[in-house]
Design a protein around this ligand. Structure first.
Ligand code: DC
Length: 234
């Protein structure tokens, strides 16, 4: 059974989707990483993210494939493993802009649909339940408040920088950084939900899970329960 998980940035999609996939033995597909790889290509080419014509001119030069090592996804851009280069604010911004382009979406959606035909997947993104896998056996719409999502992003960055966040008590500087991230998140949410092509929205038959007050384990357990129920029914 294919599982579609959509929702805004920072709702916990990738952590949760990865864990659900591991438990079910499905392949986890992070479609955001594919949009990010394409964005990285455009940045390297010096293309303006708002220039649709320039973006489309370069699309045929881009080859994106996914490979899996020990269950984790690697994104290969024209033969180069770019997995470690995709999480910068610059790439986030370009991905949010270039993913609004219809031809960009057509190219990546085709790839995603091919993948899901060959193997059961847990796929996360923005348009998985609505466009990529409209027949998915289970569709989840994960969400959380912009503030909670900003705090999570900040903690992730702090942990990556080697800070022990075990007993985190935010200083005024931390608060200022979190407020900045929150405003970027709100801006991205706006762009993702208001674009003309495949805007982020809940599929009619998706189940909404608000992760603001839930632990990762609780959300995973809830999704596995629903998957089990659906599987029995299908
Ligand atoms: O999930 P993420 O933050 O890695 O996604 C990066 C950008 O790509 C984000 O601005 C939304 C876009 N995206 C999309 O339009 N469709 C998807 N299926 C996945 C991501």
């Amino acid at each position: 059974m294919n599982i579609a998980i959509d929702g805004p940035a920072g709702a916990g999609k990738s952590t949760i989707a990865k864990e659900v996939a591991r438990k079910l033995g499905n392949i986890y597909v992070d479609t955001g990483a594919m949009y990010r790889a394409l964005a990285l290509f455009l940045i390297r080419k010096g293309v303006d993210g708002e220039d649709g014509e320039a973006i489309e001119k370069h699309l045929d030069e881009v080859d994106i494939t996914l490979s899996y090592e020990g269950g984790s996804q690697h994104v290969i851009l024209n033969g180069e493993d770019v997995t470690g280069c995709l999480r910068t604010p610059e790439v986030s911004d370009m991905a949010s802009r270039s993913s609004a382009n219809r031809r960009v979406r057509e190219k990546l959606v085709e790839l995603q649909q091919k993948l899901a035909k060959t193997t059961p997947v847990v796929m996360d993104g923005r348009d998985i339940g609505t466009v990529v896998l409209p027949d998915a056996g289970l569709k989840i719409y994960l969400t959380a408040s912009p503030h909670v999502r900003a705090v999570r992003r900040y903690m992730e960055m702090a942990e990556r920088a080697g800070t022990d966040t075990g007993s985190f008590a935010p200083s005024p500087e931390d608060e200022a950084q979190i407020a900045l991230i929150e405003s970027e998140i709100r801006e991205r949410d706006y762009r993702d939900t208001h674009r003309e092509n495949s805007p982020l929205r809940k599929a009619e038959d998706a189940v909404v899970v608000d992760t603001s007050l839930l632990s990762i384990g609780e959300v995973v357990a809830e999704i596995l329960k629903m998957a089990g129920e659906r599987d029995g029914r299908l």
